[in-house]
Design a protein around this ligand. Sequence first.
Ligand SMILES: [Zn+2]
Length: 255
Amino acid sequence: MELPGLGTPRTHDFGNGVHAILDMETIVDVHAANVGIITTARAQVFINSGQTEAQAQFVWDYTQSKAPRREMTYVVLTHHHLDHCFAASFFDDRDALIYGHRSFGSCMAEMRKHLEANDYREMVEAFLKIDSETCRKHIGSVHPISPHRHVGEETSIAINGEEVTIIHLPGHTECELVAYHPRSRILFAGDAINERAGPVTMFGNARDWRKWVVGLERLKKLEIETIVPGHGEICGPDIIDDHIAKLETKIAEAV
Ligand SMILES: [Zn+2]
């Protein structure tokens, strides 16, 4: 059944408490970003929040059905784009500790100016080009949250004897983060990797894309078996070289 603001999500169970939710749809034919889930004996970590209340509720209910309520809840916001982080307040209401890059706030402020919006509601309406009635029906009562913990170059969240490493990988946006889970060798890549569209370069210039390539080269030193991209299908690490090649072409064209 399709609900407004949810679409028909696909769930993927990697085993060992790691999951991904794909294909959530905010309005017809407009997908929100993929969401990653890592659970351990006492913690649950969400990579991105979904965009609507219905999406956050779906992600939450799915996780509780797989791994009943944990003592600690973390959310990693891979960047400030509203398809990734708009429903963060849903998790804040459930006492999650929310991580974002230290430039998350300034990136968000810049986007608000660009969209000529006074508040989050106006931002998401302008972002999706929808009216307030559609917004109310599809988005529900959620909004972005300023991260509680700022990430610089790299940090890790320790969760019951294992960890999630959060790495700054600017290029798509200045505040882009990826999250790596060594135990499962899964990388949750945000929009540093976009399986559906390829690298989306419209928010930066050749200097930013150069940083992006450097970041992707660094990822190749990690033992990555599987990538959950910001958008599109779950894929293998070969896509890193594919993105590097596409970015190199872009950089060459821009010179
Ligand atoms: Zn994005």
